[in-house]
Design a binder for this molecule. Structure first.
Ligand SMILES: [Zn+2]
Length: 275
């Protein structure tokens, strides 16, 4: 999940309306019997890379692999536009390509537990309640820029997708889709299923102190007015959000991430790239 504190409240989500009219949907229907994925038109792919330089920055083999995975993603996922949003080819491919980056080496089968990608035009409002010390229940609405459900769909606010920032290491698509990796073992705890016991131990050994350090740095900055840490403060919510937020930064701004979190860079390379 990703909360959104920067935007004015949107309207309550209405009934979902499918708006599948793009080339990929038509081709998917035509090619499904042949179990093929639709090829992505060159001009559309080039435009997507131009808009997402962190994708274009990968080496040529990775970019080609990403294009193939994106086509498979589009052929296997069901996109729905909420509140009347029409999903264009450009929108679907932008989401697919960014969603496939974390599984470039892991494989698209990591996303086999769901098919739905729901896109809202703006932030979603989720009803919440808290119990105070006196036992009084308070109801409020939380603004979400995205949400991933265990075994269920990924929901995104298109406005927030568009506001991705390489400088700030902010990317809601990557955020929600790495939550899906984390959730594959049934719980979002900041530790996706690991390929080996040794890797699982290394993950705990390195992620837990990194999370503690981040919370402490944030606390010091807030208490004494020092410089804010680079990662979004939302990362301090819990280990699952620390994992998702740090992955955003790792995937979109590797250079800055390497300066801030050299140990996590090695850890994430080992997990995501197998290196
Ligand atoms: Zn989250």
């Amino acid at each position: 999940m990703r909360t959104n504190t920067n935007h004015p409240p949107g309207t309550q989500a209405g009934a979902l309306r499918s708006s599948l009219a793009g080339w990929w949907h038509r081709l998917t229907r035509r090619l499904v019997a042949a179990a093929q994925s639709p090829a992505i038109p060159q001009a559309l792919w080039d435009a997507t890379l131009a808009r997402h330089p962190f994708l274009a920055a990968r080496d040529a083999a990775d970019v080609q692999q990403l294009r193939q995975l994106s086509a498979q993603f589009l052929g296997s996922k069901q996109f729905s536009g909420a509140r009347g949003l029409q999903i264009t080819d450009e929108m679907a491919l932008a989401i697919a390509a960014q969603a496939c980056l974390p599984v470039l080496k892991l494989g698209l089968h990591w996303y086999d537990d769901f098919s739905g990608v729901v896109v809202h035009p703006d932030a979603m409002l989720a009803p919440r309640e808290v119990h105070d010390d006196a036992g009084v229940v308070h109801h409020y609405q939380e603004e979400l820029s995205g949400e991933a459900m265990t075994g269920g769909p990924v929901t995104l606010s298109w406005r927030d997708v568009q506001e991705a920032s390489i400088e700030e290491g902010y990317n809601v698509v990557i955020h929600e889709f790495v939550h899906k990796l984390d959730m594959r073992d049934g719980q979002a705890d900041g530790c996706p299923p690991m390929p080996s016991r040794a890797m699982a131990q290394r993950w705990q050994t390195e992620m837990q102190p990194a999370y503690r350090d981040f919370k402490e740095a944030l606390s010091m900055a807030n208490r004494f007015g020092g410089p804010q840490p680079w990662l979004d403060p939302y990362a301090a919510t819990d280990p699952a959000e620390f994992f998702a937020v740090s992955c955003e930064a790792y995937f979109v701004n590797r250079t800055h991430f390497a300066q801030e979190w050299p140990a996590l860079l090695d850890l994430f390379d080992a997990y995501f790239l197998g290196s």
